[in-house]
Write a protein that binds this ligand. Structure first.
Ligand code: WT7
Length: 660
């Protein structure tokens, strides 16, 4: 039986920092411990704040066994209903849901296109498009579709229309290449792709439909393509019987079309989102509907202190999980106004974000360390030009934030007084798990920290054997108990799900990050403990880059490692062994870089390629990337007893030194 849990801090904490107004971390620890006593009851009380078509029978079930957890089993709901219908019926009909601006700007830098969609507008468009998906394209609950679109309102419209029908969508970041797109469409076996003729990025037009056409040469499951006319290109090739224009499909669908939202089971997949792992192809992370909605609701309240008059600006792209959760589903679930912008932070000028904040009176600003560091280089004046006084709360996400970047933004945009945290989470967690929570209880800020775990989240730092570690010591971040919003599995690969996350330390979710906990119980996430690197906040498996490199005829072997970079956090460098008959050259370097960009995407641009005759390996023949990384980052080599040939390390060193 569940007990009632009253949130400890109903009153709002004044958003100003200072020990006297913040609660003591010890007190937060007590509240946190209390929340873990009965996690089913705890999360059920939050879940009850949403509207369910049918209540759940059991909050948490391991089915068929751990770690296959299912939340709110027996319950039925619909994500499109919760984010739209509820507000349309409940007094927010004419409130602005989405403010969008496109990239093209006039001479003074003002956007030429701005669209504001009210909840009613958005609800209508979602209904009309859901009608198209269902009645013209024949999609049904459980079918999968791909979405490959730039940052325009039709992207969330497509996501919400799919959700309305229980159609599982996978959004592929529009910066990905045809190969990366094809891999994802194939793995998810999508029947449909929704795209546009093109999109704008830093003044260039990216011809997305052409990339889709190329991907479809290898994606046999895709039967139809819907193309939204974003740019107005007049030479788009359309395959008869396969490709349809969005506006043509929609032209005879009346404005008042209503499509009944499908009451899906709580554990019905809402979406699949691909992310990089240590080996193999990107993993299709599967998120449920019920648990995901509950975690978003809780984190919007706790972490973002969501209020009725907020203008919420998350600077991410919807192609990543941050955009799914905190541009689309989270803010709309709370009935807020969310901002969508097409383009880049430094185009046409390095004040794009600040202009947006000023134009729309942004109150909540959620961004990334890489973004901050990029803009820092352009100096303070671009920030000072704008009135940012509407901002009342900020957070960052994606990688550890260095204290300099934190201070810079806190001073200039935060006026040295707004709460500003670094929210830790990952694609797999669905939403924020470790963070300052100014909407719940404001503990003192510390630049660079992630803060304490949220209520109901049993996070810890453990040593190599899975034992708890002393405060101040580095260990591995784990989550000891399931949480709503957690991934259900890896699409079509449940074994990999168990292996990747639940096998390093049996019974605990292994995040793959190094972390330290301090005396106050704050977590400091230090970076990846595996072969994943974070480039400008984006997650790349070094293995993916190596696989791309060995596609090139000249390459026999390759090792890719991440090295620290002042702006992008980390950048990849490659060590390459050439096949017989090939010579190192500048041209080959450029070719190899192109190969990687072609297979993985521009994000993966190698910062350097070094040619060597052998790589450090273990006696059993495994490449010791750890040693390569130690050389390029100037760290000590550590244990080298398994190294097969010491000369290989010398060579790696020499290649690096010569370049420097
Ligand atoms: C990895 C997950 C979740 C949205 C964006 C990234 C790193 C994420 C932080 C932070 C330090 C962070 C971790 C994590 N990370 N947020 N606030 N402080 N590190 O999602 O692409 O799935 O990457 O990003 O290394 O494991 P993702």
């Amino acid at each position: 039986m569940s007990v009632t849990w009253a949130l400890p801090f109903k009153e709002k904490i004044i958003p100003e920092i200072g020990r006297e107004r913040a609660i003591d971390p010890e007190e937060y620890k007590r509240i946190h411990e209390e929340s873990l006593k009965d996690i089913e009851a705890f999360w059920s009380n939050i879940a009850r704040e949403l509207e369910w078509f049918k209540p759940w029978d059991k909050a948490l079930v391991a089915d068929p066994q751990p770690p296959f957890y299912k939340w709110f089993v027996g319950g039925r709901l619909n994500a499109s209903y919760l984010t739209l219908d509820r507000h349309v019926k409940g007094g927010r009909k004419n409130k602005v849901a989405i403010i969008w601006e496109g990239e093209p700007a006039d001479q003074s830098g003002n956007p030429v296109e701005v669209r504001k969609l009210t909840y009613y507008d958005l609800w209508r468009e979602v209904n009309r498009f859901a009608y198209v998906l269902k009645n013209k394209l024949g999609l049904r609950k459980g079918d999968t579709i791909g979405i490959y679109m730039p940052m325009i309102p039709e992207l969330p419209i497509a996501m919400l229309a799919a959700a309305r029908l229980g159609v599982i969508f996978t959004v592929v970041f529009s910066g990905f290449t045809a190969q990366a797109l094809a891999d994802r469409l194939n793995d998810a076996e999508t029947k449909l792709v929704i795209t546009t003729d093109g999109g704008y990025r830093r003044g260039r037009v990216i011809r997305l439909k052409e990339i889709v056409d190329k991907a479809l040469e290898q994606s046999p499951t895709v039967k139809n393509v819907v193309v939204y006319r974003r740019v107005g290109l007049n030479d788009v090739s359309m395959v008869k019987g396969r490709d349809y224009w969005w506006h043509e499909l929609m032209s005879d669908v009346p404005a008042n079309t209503y499509v009944e939202p499908e009451p899906v089971e709580s554990e019905h997949p809402l979406y699949i989102l691909y992310t990089s792992g240590t080996t193999g192809k990107p993993k299709g992370i599967v998120h449920d509907t019920g648990g995901y909605m509950v975690l978003l609701h809780a984190t919007m309240k706790w972490v973002f202190d969501a209020r009725e008059d907020d203008i919420h600006f998350c600077t991410a792209d919807i192609g990543w999980v941050t955009g799914h959760s905190y541009i689309v589903f989270g803010p709309l679930l709370e009935g807020m106004t969310t901002i969508l912008y097409e383009g880049a932070p430094d185009y046409p000028n390095p004040d794009r974000w600040w202009a947006i904040v000023e134009r729309y009176g942004v109150t909540i600003f959620y961004t990334s360390p890489t973004g901050i560091r990029t803009l820092m280089r352009f100096g303070d004046d671009w920030v000072r030009k704008h009135d940012l006084s509407t901002i009342r709360l900020m957070h960052s996400v994606g990688e550890p934030i260095n204290p300099e970047a934190w201070r810079w933004l806190w001073k200039l945009a935060g006026r040295k007084k707004v709460p500003f945290g670094s929210t830790w989470w990952m694609t797999e967690t669905g939403g924020i798990l470790i963070s300052h929570a100014p909407g719940l209880a404001l503990v003192p800020l510390k630049p660079g920290t992630n803060g304490p775990p949220l209520l109901g989240i049993d996070a810890d730092v453990v040593d190599d054997n899975g034992n708890p570690i002393q405060p101040g010591q580095r260990g591995y971040l784990v989550i000891r108990r399931p949480w709503p919003g957690m991934l259900l599995t890896i699409w079509k690969d449940p074994d990999r799900y168990v292996r990747t996350y639940w096998s390093k330390f049996p019974g605990m979710f292994y995040a793959g990050d190094y972390a330290v906990k301090d005396e106050d119980g704050y977590f400091w996430i230090l970076g990846r403990a595996d072969e994943v690197i974070k480039v400008a906040g984006h997650r790349l498996g070094t293995y993916e880059l190596e696989s791309a490199l060995i596609q090139h005829p000249a390459v026999a072997e390759a090792a890719v490692v991440g090295v620290p970079d002042p702006v992008r956090g980390e950048v990849p460098v490659a060590y390459v062994v050439l096949k017989q008959g090939y010579q190192p050259s500048e041209q080959l370097r450029a070719e190899l870089n192109n190969t990687v960009r072609e297979f993985v995407g521009p994000i993966a641009t190698l910062s350097n390629v070094f040619f060597v005759t052998k790589l450090p390996k273990t006696r059993s023949g495994k490449i010791m990337r750890r040693l390569v990384r130690a050389v390029v980052t100037g760290q000590s080599l550590g244990d080298v007893t398994t190294l097969e040939d010491e000369a290989s390390v010398e060579e790696v060193k020499k290649a690096y030194e010569e370049f420097k």
